[in-house]
Design a protein around this ligand. Structure first.
Ligand SMILES: NC(=O)c1ccc[n+]([C@@H]2O[C@H](COP(=O)([O-])OP(=O)(O)OC[C@H]3O[C@@H](n4cnc5c(N)ncnc54)[C@H](O)[C@@H]3O)[C@@H](O)[C@H]2O)c1
Length: 321
């Protein structure tokens, strides 16, 4: 297969690029490096079946040049951060909505066999019931979630109107190696970095907000089930574990697993605007369709990640390639 991975130098995209390069597929990795890191894909750069294109999904001419002969598009490129979407809603809209529109349009032009769009659990807003299935109302309170709703619904419209095979996946939170540990990164990678350096994790608000965390290896299997599923896939699909953890408890668990209990206490600061209170996945549709289930318990994933973080020369990882 020829696979275009947008956002392929980012956290999830780099794991997917690696998987498909190892399987012998041809991988085109498109990334503008806004939040990605070349180090994530450096080991792939000398592979014959891997090509990095530093470019932007807002550039439709570039997409047209790349799309010929592509079988599958894994569309992950996005402005992913809620806080940044509040500061820069227009940028978020342009990348997440218009960028997705470009990907859909050019995929239609070139008869791409399957487009997999990475939506997000953030489209739902705070849980009105748990676990949250795909029929949960879409009630995102922030521009990031709203942009994902718009793109998600545009994917639905392209599938219905043009008969395209567009699969919408709605992952809950994902964590693991290569997730950015600073700035616009993930809470777990930022907490682990801080705790291992002997600094306290910073919690916004009371810490009772909760998230459902899937380990990256389980997430990659979930994406792969979608890519390789031979039947038609109707409607969006959640990936998650069905269990949430409050952020305060998560911070304390990380302190314990890093062996810093009694030495470090989380610090609370002002709550973030528009932060969603609770997200818990009902992943029964993914289980029914693909037999997919998460294999990692949260602690197992955290231990593996902490080991990676400790052993990996994180300084080398953090500096530009
Ligand atoms: N990580 C999670 O917990 C999570 C959960 C749900 C959904 N998602 C979605 O999964 C996707 C990947 O997320 P991630 O955590 O790997 O984030 P990430 O920021 O590591 O990856 C996104 C990549 O897209 C690139 N990018 C941004 N704008 C671009 C543009 N205009 N053109 C080309 N490339 C661009 C970034 O440089 C980055 O490498 C995103 O769409 C995100 O919304 C992530």
């Amino acid at each position: 297969m020829k696979i275009l991975v947008t956002g392929g130098a980012g956290f999830i995209g780099s794991h997917l690029s690696e998987k498909y390069v190892e399987e012998g597929h041809t991988v085109l990795c498109l990334d503008n490096l806004m939040n990605g890191n070349l180090v994530n894909i450096r080991h792939l750069l000398n592979k014959r079946n891997f090509k990095l294109i530093i470019g932007d999904v807002r550039d439709i001419d570039l997409l047209e040049k790349l799309m010929r002969g592509v079988d599958v598009v894994l569309h992950l490129a996005a402005q992913i951060h809620v806080d940044r979407s509040i500061i820069e809603p227009k940028l978020t809209y342009e990348i997440n909505v218009l960028g997705t529109q470009n990907v859909l349009e050019v995929s239609r032009m070139y008869d791409v066999k399957r487009v997999v769009f990475t939506s997000s659990s953030e489209v739902y807003g705070s849980a009105k019931y748990v676990p949250m299935d795909e029929k949960h109302p879409l009630d995102a309170p922030h521009p990031y979630g709203a942009s994902k709703i718009a793109a998600d619904r545009m994917c639905h419209a392209y599938a219905k109107t043009y008969g395209m095979d567009v699969v919408i996946v709605r992952p809950f939170n994902i964590f693991g190696p290569k997730q950015k540990d600073s700035g616009y990164g993930g809470a777990i990678s930022i907490f682990v970095k801080r705790v291992l350096r002997g600094t306290p994790p910073i919690i916004y608000g009371d810490g009772k907000q909760s998230r459902d965390y899937t380990y990256i290896k389980d997430a990659v299997r979930a994406f792969d089930s979608v890519v390789k599923y031979e039947g038609e896939i109707e409607g969006p699909i959640n990936f998650g574990t069905g269990k949430d953890i409050e952020i305060e408890k998560l911070a304390r668990l990380i302190i314990k697993l890093c062996g810093k209990e009694g030495e470090i206490e989380p610090v609370h600061v002002e709550p973030r605007p528009s932060e969603v209170r609770r997200l818990v996945a009902d992943y029964s549709k993914a289980k029914r369709l693909f037999g997919w289930e998460p294999k990692y318990r949260l602690e197992e994933g955290l231990m593996e990640f902490i080991d990676w973080y400790r052993n990996y020369k994180s300084e080398e990882w953090s500096k530009p390639a």
